[in-house]
Design a protein around this ligand. Structure first.
Ligand SMILES: C[S@@+](CC[C@H](N)C(=O)[O-])C[C@H]1O[C@@H](n2cnc3c(N)ncnc32)[C@H](O)[C@@H]1O
Length: 258
């Protein structure tokens, strides 16, 4: 009888499988000159743009949009001030990001999202709300971090409700992995904070495990696990409903100390 190894694994974060086609690490495969498709944290959906989203992209991309191919950014010239910078990864339709930017004009915000309709919706809302301290990328955050964001430049990185990839065989697609956590640390200033939130308990536990074993971070939780939702993170409609139904939400905040 064939054994399904996947089902025999204990229910914790298994991190050996790094590629979709082989069980080698990406580095090993690349050294052997093999082409490998990297595991991504998203599936590109070609959702249709609404008229308002298309119009916002057409009219305002020049003002608010940032392009991966332009390479490393100079944060101070980008916003024409030296206010602290908050980076949000996977902002969805941008509702909470625009609200945060509006509530904190003393900060600059950069959002990264792969879903084009979400980027259009975010730009449209920001313009409607008169928000001018926000710029956005429509691209994979992993590549933006590597190619466009200077080391030691960010005050906060926020990752709210990343795709949970519920099934164990898909956990390798979760964006929070040890290499990701280390790349965020490098982009933060010393004293900067990585803030995550999820409504999926197993993902929260994996995040905590990765963060606790990552060098150079300090947990800001008094109980050494999760923190209460800070007022700066707007409560979403979806989260409000979840709370009424008794669903949990876990916030984690870790400071770069080294
Ligand atoms: C579950 S949604 C949450 C959206 C939003 N943060 C919220 O709380 O409503 C996760 C979002 O992350 C985006 N995403 C996933 N992987 C990404 C990546 N590597 N780079 C940029 N965006 C990504 C997805 O397109 C999706 O919009």
């Amino acid at each position: 009888m064939a054994l399904n190894i996947d089902n025999m694994r204990p229910n914790f974060c298994v991190r050996k499988i790094m590629t979709e086609r082989t069980h080698k690490t990406i580095e090993q495969a690349e050294q052997e000159g093999k082409y490998i498709r990297k595991v991504r944290s998203f599936v590109k959906r070609e959702g249709r743009l609404t008229k308002a989203q298309a119009r916002a992209l057409e009219l305002y991309w020049g003002d608010m949009g940032l392009n991966h191919q332009d390479g490393m950014i100079d944060i101070n010239t980008l916003f024409a001030n030296d206010n602290p910078v908050v980076l949000e990864i996977g902002f969805g339709m941008g509702k909470s990001l625009v609200e945060m930017a509006k509530n904190a004009p003393e900060l600059n915000f950069i959002g990264i999202e792969v879903h084009k309709p979400g980027v259009g919706a975010c730009i449209a809302l920001a313009k409607e709300q008169g928000v001018d301290n926000l710029k956005v990328y429509e691209h994979d955050a992993i590549e933006i971090l590597a190619d466009c964001i200077p080391d030691g430049s960010l005050t906060t990185v926020q990752l709210f409700f990343p795709d949970p990839w519920h099934k164990k065989k898909h956990h390798k697609r979760r964006i929070v992995q040890p290499e990701f956590v280390e790349s965020i640390r490098r982009k933060l200033k010393v004293g900067g904070v990585f803030h995550m939130a999820t409504d999926w308990q197993n993902y929260a536990e994996c995040m905590l495990e990765d963060m606790q074993s990552a060098p150079g971070y300090k947990n800001l939780s008094e109980t050494n696990d999760y923190v209460p939702r800070p007022d700066s993170r707007p409560l979403t409609k979806f989260e409000n409903r979840g709370q009424r139904l008794g669903h949990g939400v876990w916030d984690l905040q870790f400071e770069r100390v080294d």
